[in-house]
Design a protein around this ligand. Structure first.
Ligand SMILES: [Zn+2]
Length: 280
């Protein structure tokens, strides 16, 4: 894309990020990170990628707000509050930006388009599953072994949350497909529905990777003063917490970054394999 296109992408991303900041969905740093990720995804990935990212951002913000208005259940204290900061935004958007750069600078290859979608679909699936599953999911169980655990536990899944995640991945992929058709975007239509099928399948797979990492490697803590599980190294009572599972350096943002990398990478791989098998 030319310099004019990148300038337009910067302007549109800044407008969306400013609205997110004013609406209480982003911190100042989160808004700056959203401008950077949005400019790369839209400016280099084109309209279908840009609208898929907007669909993820708007629906995730709305579900988070909706979940905040639901009756409060006893749950594991999350590491961060409702406003998304720069690390959270980049954990969900950096991989999509990387695949968008590969798409825009590398001849608009179908595998790169699939990678953009796989990463964004993973982020959407995770967020929809977490917010809707927490508010409506009933008794969550660990994805490894099925033991019942408190709501909000990393790696916990429920049928309702999983269904919501599949719906979230479907929503962003459907938006990208519709925009590709409407704008006749080069590179997004060449291989028919293959880009979208790969993005959707990888988004669901990326959500599973997120849960598996959350149940195994992600650091989980316990406050011995309050006897409460938490995702914070320091509890809100001020006491330092004790690591009870996973590793200290891998938090929710790191898991999201790894899961979107898995989603993007799997989408690109699904696309290449399907293309080879179909003999294009
Ligand atoms: Zn405590």
């Amino acid at each position: 894309m030319d310099v004019d296109g990148l300038g337009a992408a910067l302007g549109l991303s800044a407008a969306v990020a400013a609205a997110g900041w004013r609406g209480g969905h982003l911190t100042g740093g989160g808004a700056l990170a959203a401008v950077a990720a949005g400019t790369a995804v839209l400016g280099l990935g084109g309209w279908p990628a840009g609208w898929a990212l907007v669909a993820f951002f708007v629906t995730s913000s709305l579900w988070t707000r909706w979940a905040g208005g639901q009756p409060v259940k006893p749950r594991v204290e999350p590491a961060k509050g409702g406003r998304r900061d720069a690390a959270q935004v980049l954990a969900n958007g950096a991989v999509a930006a990387g695949f968008a750069a590969a798409f825009g600078l590398g001849g608009q290859a179908g595998w790169a388009a699939a990678g953009v979608l796989g990463a964004i679909a993973t982020a959407a699936a995770d967020t929809w599953a977490a917010e809707i599953g927490l508010a409506r999911g009933g008794q969550p169980r660990l994805i490894t072994g099925g033991a019942p655990v408190p709501p909000g536990t990393s790696g916990a899944v429920s049928p309702c949350g999983t269904a919501a995640g599949v719906a979230g991945a479907t929503a962003v992929v459907a938006v990208a497909a519709a925009v590709a058709g409407l704008t006749r975007s080069a590179g997004w239509l060449r291989a028919g529905c293959l880009v979208y099928a790969a993005g959707l399948g990888a988004g669901v797979a990326g959500m599973v990777v997120d849960s598996l990492l959350g149940a195994t490697l992600q650091g989980g803590y316990r406050c011995d003063a309050c006897g409460a599980p938490t995702e914070r190294p320091v509890h809100r009572c001020g006491r330092r917490t004790r690591l009870v599972r996973g590793v200290r350096w891998l938090g929710n943002d790191g898991v999201n970054l790894l899961a979107t990398a898995a989603g993007g990478g799997l989408a690109a791989a699904f696309y290449r394999v399907a293309l080879a098998l179909s003999g294009f």
